[in-house]
Write a protein that binds this ligand. Structure first.
Ligand SMILES: Nc1ncnc2c1ncn2[C@@H]1O[C@H](COP(=O)(O)OP(=O)(O)O)[C@@H](O)[C@H]1O
Ligand SMILES: [Mg+2]
Length: 265
């Protein structure tokens, strides 16, 4: 018996219909992601990465090919998916705790209000936001808001966490703190991650596999297995194994951008 991957895209092809005609965005894309693994997707700007996340979340459907979550064809938005984006959309009229609880008010569940608050509190503590439960979003820094948004994405224990450049707008130090928070969340919670990023160091620090997409229309150009183990710290990024992987990825991105550097004659 073969176990189907948690997320699979098979021969996915998609075009947007625009006034100027069809815009092909994805071209026979194939990606398979195992349960509880962490996959990062990198690729040139505008190549179709966010489109890919919408297809996995069931917010859109491909023209051709199949998107499956745990073997089941995705035909509608899934409650088993949690999402976080570059700009955490938190509701200003709700406290941080009430923002985090929101999915539990939408996704069917049998939790009491007290259990919901307990669950939100547990996650907020895990990401270092204990004591900020009653604050409003505007009272928090960008990094803290993004932490809260990760909690909200995970509060209903989704099987799949989709992150679309969630750390892209943060300064470098805050971003690295958030990477460590992501590691901690992974240690404590169970979910399969799909991260879109343009930061190659981020992809190597967080992921088990890095998928490089070609330029638009995107297809799977290259897959890197990151064998740095589960216990990673930031220093590892400066060690030979990671440096080599980063050079490899940078080279692949140059190919994807159509400006591969020729070896000097
Ligand atoms: N709803 C839409 N209608 C038409 N074109 C779109 C739509 N969404 C995205 N696009 C275009 O499709 C391409 C891929 O978009 P996107 O998936 O957001 O790329 P990425 O996230 O890799 O930057 C871009 O050229 C973008 O302008
Ligand atoms: Mg995008």
């Amino acid at each position: 018996m073969t176990i189907s991957p948690q997320i699979s895209l098979t021969n996915v092809t998609h075009a947007y219909q625009t006034q100027a005609g069809p815009l092909p965005v994805l071209n026979h894309l194939n990606i398979a992601i195992e349960k509880n693994s962490f996959t990062a997707v990198v690729g040139p700007s505008g190549c179709g990465k966010s489109t890919l996340t919408r297809l996995v979340a069931g917010l859109m459907f491909p023209d051709e090919g199949e998107v499956r979550l745990h073997g089941e064809l995705v035909t509608s938005p899934r409650a088993t998916v949690g999402m976080a984006f570059q700009n955490p959309v938190l509701l200003e009229w709700r406290s941080i705790l009430d923002n985090v609880i929101l999915p539990l008010e939408i996704v069917p569940n049998t939790l009491t209000q007290q259990q919901r608050e307990q669950r939100a509190h547990e996650l907020l503590t895990l990401v270092g936001l204990e004591g900020f439960e009653r604050k409003r979003p505007s009272e928090l820094s960008g990094g803290m808001r993004q932490r809260a948004s990760l909690c909200r994405a995970l509060v209903h224990r989704p099987e799949v966490l989709i992150l679309d450049e969630p750390f892209g707008a943060l300064d470098a130090f805050t971003r690295e703190d958030l990477w460590q928070t992501m590691h901690e969340l992974r240690r404590q919670e169970e979910f399969t991650s799909l991260l879109i990023t343009h930061d190659l160091r981020e992809s190597v620090f967080l992921a088990d596999h890095v998928v490089v997409l070609s330029g638009r229309p995107a297809t799977t150009q290259y897959v890197l297995e990151v064998d740095l183990g589960d216990e990673r710290d930031l220093d590892d990024l400066y060690k030979p194994a990671a440096v080599e992987m980063l050079a490899d990825l940078r080279h692949q991105i140059q190919i994807a951008q159509g400006r591969e550097v020729q070896a000097p004659k």
